[in-house]
Structures are given as structure tokens and as C-alpha cells.
Write a new protein. Structure first.
Length: 199
């Protein structure tokens, strides 16, 4: 659905900018403005879809609110320099919800959707550990957010809008996903090694 792809696209851009905040490349308040705009846009899209949805479609469309409220919360937190622990603990709720969506996707045979939800659950889990628990994992979170912004949001949205979802796209996506898992694993291993050396 094109409207859903628009939501994914801007959600991906917001995540991309927020990853650059963690890298120290983008000003916090500047990214906060875009996160706020994205959250408002996604809230409008989700509400419009839910109002016009059949009962069987509501569950899927309601998932957009998980992204929308995350971006709204992040945007307000960045703009007003609020304590980020609230966003962190909210991210725990969203991470658990994403696992539930992944489970439902597996049971309906949507394996790609399920893996995508697991990626998102992992990322929200990192936000929980970093912002909610105060662990120093910004480097890891930034890299994961940067990659997932393109893999799970921006590229799928662009291909969906252009009606280019073909079997070849599926093959490329799975190859990229496998590479992403290896990259995340290597990044976590390297971070642990660096920590051991500095102790």
C-alpha cells in the first residue's frame, strides 16, 4: 500500500538522521524537529488507515503507532532536552510488541516480515539498554540504526512505491539481511574486545 510505504520512507529517514546524531554528525535539536514531523505524519497515516480498515486489517495498521509514538517521544525529548530514560523504557515496551508482531508474521507465513520485526525489536532493545539503563552503547546503536534505516525502511519503501517488489528483490534483501546479521555480530564482538583491552 502506497500510504504505508510513505510512512516507512519517512520513518527510515528519521531513523537515519537519529543514527547520525549518535555518530555526532547531526545536531540533536535539528534531528528532533524531523522526528517530530515524522511522528505527526505517521500518526495521521495510522489513524486514517485504521479508521478505514476492516477488523482484520486493524492489527497490522496499528503497528504504525509503535513508530509514530517513538518518533514523537524522541522528537520532544531532543527538542526540550528531556531525560531520555522515558524513551528508553518506552522502547522496551515497543521491543516486546515487535516480538509479538514477528511471531504473528511467522505463523502467517510472512517470514520476511517476521525477520524485519525481529530486526526492529533488537534495535528498540538497544535504545532501551542505552537510554533506559544508561549503558554506553551509542556506537553499536548508531551502526545498527544506520543499517536498519536503509535495509528495513527506506529501500523497501522506495521499491514498494515504485512497484518493484520482485523475486529478485527478495533474494537481494535476504542476502543483505544475512550480511547485516554478520555485521552486527562483528560490531558487538569488536566492541567487547575493545572493552576487554581497556579494562
Amino acid at each position: 500500500m502506497s500510504v504505508g510505504n510513505i510512512s516507512l520512507l519517512f520513518g527510515g529517514v528519521a531513523l537515519f538522521l537519529n543514527s547520525l546524531v549518535l555518530f555526532g554528525k547531526v545536531d540533536v535539536k535539528s534531528a528532533g524537529v524531523f522526528s517530530l514531523f515524522t511522528g505527526l505524519l505517521q500518526t495521521f497515516i495510522a489513524t486514517w488507515l485504521v479508521i478505514n480498515a476492516s477488523p482484520s486489517e486493524v492489527f497490522g495498521f496499528a503497528s504504525i503507532y509503535l513508530f509514530a509514538f517513538t518518533y514523537l517521544y524522541v522528537g520532544v525529548t531532543f527538542l526540550f532536552d528531556l531525560d531520555g530514560r522515558g524513551v528508553g523504557w518506552f522502547s522496551l515496551f515497543v521491543s516486546i510488541s515487535a516480538v509479538f508482531y514477528a511471531t504473528i508474521s511467522f505463523t502467517t507465513g510472512d517470514v520476511m516480515g517476521a525477520v524485519t520485526w525481529l530486526f526492529w525489536s533488537f534495535l528498540w532493545g538497544l535504545f532501551y539498554v542505552g537510554m533506559g539503563l544508561g549503558r554506553q552503547i551509542d556506537g553499536l546503536t548508531a551502526r545498527v540504526a544506520f543499517v536498519l534505516a536503509w535495509l528495513t525502511l527506506i529501500v523497501p519503501a522506495l521499491f514498494g512505491l515504485a512497484n518493484l517488489m520482485t523475486p529478485l528483490y527478495d533474494v537481494i534483501w535476504w542476502a543483505a539481511s544475512g550480511t547485516t546479521v554478520l555485521y552486527i555480530g562483528f560490531t558487538m564482538w569488536r566492541g567487547r574486545r575493545v572493552l576487554e583491552v581497556t579494562q
